[in-house]
Design a protein around this ligand. Structure first.
Ligand code: ADP
Length: 472
């Protein structure tokens, strides 16, 4: 039978196991009790036969032994089948017997006589009148190894069989009853224990059917496995909800970012086409269009890099390299931009440090930081660059004397599309994606990027990349 639910399966296993244990127990109980009872009957018969034999040896004749009848009446109970005796001579003829049973109902068997000739006791069970079971011991009395007398003592087995019958009736009724109760109890317990799973299923189903992601499972007992499962499920939902919110924010920011230049493009083109213009005007509009197109392609390129890094698909082309050479080279290029704004790039010191890195990505990262430094520093300011070998890490520090970042804005500057001053950044051609990309590049190299800043004083970026010796 195939049970669909865990609850039914648990109940079935539990009841089957309990059933097997109870049946084995019942069989064992029945066997050992009946063995014990029959043994005790045989033992009592042996004791009685020994008593009779001792009396018989003292004085044997064909009539009942003097005084023995009274003795047996006291010893065994008078006039019933409970116990009786017979004494035979060596040839198997009855000498003395109790009066409570007819000898013809169970004659001396050949097997018992043969055993007696060998000096052995024998125990037999007979049915008197086809319905009364009796147990009989046949005990030989030997003199000088010759069989002189045989003593038979019998007793009714009805009490023993009645006890065993009652036991079986009890077992046959109580075992199924216990199993039914156990099944009901097991079902109840399984339902109680598995209740949190039903809640998890329901919550997951609700979410799957389009309900809000903010649903959670109430966690009552954190210590047990189901509590842990509910907790893990809730944590997973937290992360999913966060990711979805980020994704939503990201796509709305991205579409907004592209819609603005498109609106500008459309407006400018419509305006210029509304009436005939001279070539100079057309040239100006086309130049402005080109600027917007360049901006859009930069945003798209940055978005492409970020989406790839989200899927962990940024494949770094790492090789051992001298970081000092790379920093020197990027600084040289940035100097052209800086001098246009009358900003000085001061190289404080550059230590030689080898790392395992992707030259293209690292150049992009250093360039972004230097470019930001130039963008957000007033003319006459300066940028200080240093590179230090810290043993485990190469520490690149880029410090400017620019506008700085407020304490409130500082934790957000690595977020996508985050800009402290949107208008200013946009004028400078910034998309708000540069620092997110820098963070990704540093982390992809197993390094980290940190920022310290003071409003109107300046900003310092510290980038740590593991050295070649640390990577091994
Ligand atoms: P953007 O393209 O706008 O420069 P970034 O991701 O590079 O985007 O930087 C995010 C924001 O962090 C910027 O808009 C700017 O407000 C702030 N920021 C970055 N670098 C500096 C800096 N050196 N000085 C002051 N503000 C900065």
């Amino acid at each position: 039978m195939a049970f669909k639910s865990i609850r039914s399966r648990l109940t079935a296993w539990y009841v089957t196991l309990l059933g097997i244990i109870l049946i084995l127990f019942s069989v064992f109980l029945n066997y050992s009790l009946s063995k014990r009872l029959y043994e005790s009957v045989d033992n009592s018969l042996t004791v009685s036969a020994t008593v009779v034999a001792t009396s018989a040896v003292m004085n044997f004749n064909r009539s009942p032994l003097s005084g023995i009848d009274q003795f047996f009446e006291q010893f065994m109970g008078a006039g019933n089948l409970n116990k009786f005796y017979r004494i035979y001579d060596g040839s198997g003829n009855v000498g003395s017997r109790s009066k409570n049973i007819d000898a013809s109902k169970f004659p001396l068997s050949q097997a018992a006589y043969t055993d007696a000739l060998k000096g052995l006791n024998s125990y037999e069970t007979f049915l008197v009148d086809g319905k009364h079971p009796i147990r009989v011991i046949t005990m030989p009395i030997l003199r000088e190894k010759k069989l002189v007398n045989l003593v038979q003592v019998g007793t009714s087995l009805e009490a023993v069989q009645e006890t065993l019958r009652n036991l079986r009736i009890f077992l046959f009724t109580s075992v199924p009853l216990v199993l039914v109760l156990a099944a009901l109890f097991a079902r109840f317990m399984a339902r109680r224990a598995l209740k949190p799973i039903s809640r998890i299923i329901q919550t997951a189903r609700d979410i799957g059917q389009g309900q809000e992601l903010n649903q959670r499972i109430p966690v009552l007992k954190v210590q047990d496995e189901l509590g842990q499962l509910a907790l893990t499920f809730n944590e997973m939902m937290d992360r999913l909800e966060n990711s979805f919110a980020q994704m939503r924010q990201f796509s709305s920011d991205a579409s907004h970012e592209l819609r603005t230049p498109l609106t500008v493009l459309k407006g400018q083109n419509e305006l210029v086409l509304s009436k005939p213009r001279d070539p100079k005007e057309y040239q100006e509009v086309i130049a402005s269009n080109l600027e917007e197109i360049n901006y859009m392609s930069k945003v798209l390129e940055d978005l492409f890099i970020l989406s790839k890094s989200d899927e962990n698909q940024i494949h770094l082309n790492c090789k051992p390299m001298e970081l000092r050479d790379l920093v020197e080279e990027v600084c040289k290029h940035a100097e052209v931009l800086a001098s246009d704004k009358n900003i000085r790039i001061i190289i404080a010191f550059l230590e030689s440090v080898k790392i395992n890195g992707d030259e293209v990505r690292l150049r992009q990262m250093v360039w972004n930081i230097l470019d930001n430094g130039i963008k957000y520093t007033q003319p006459g300011g300066e940028l200080k660059v240093s590179l230090q070998d810290e043993g485990e890490f190469a520490l690149l520090s880029i410090q400017d004397t620019g506008i700085g970042i407020s304490e409130k804005a500082l934790p957000s500057i690595f977020d996508r599309f985050y800009r402290v001053d949107k208008a200013r950044s946009r004028d400078e051609g910034g998309s708000g994606l540069g620092l997110s990309i820098c963070k990704h590049i540093a982390e992809a190299h197993k390094g980290k990027i940190e920022v310290e800043s003071k409003l109107d004083v300046g900003t310092r970026f510290k980038i740590r990349i593991p050295t070649l010796s640390a990577v091994g």
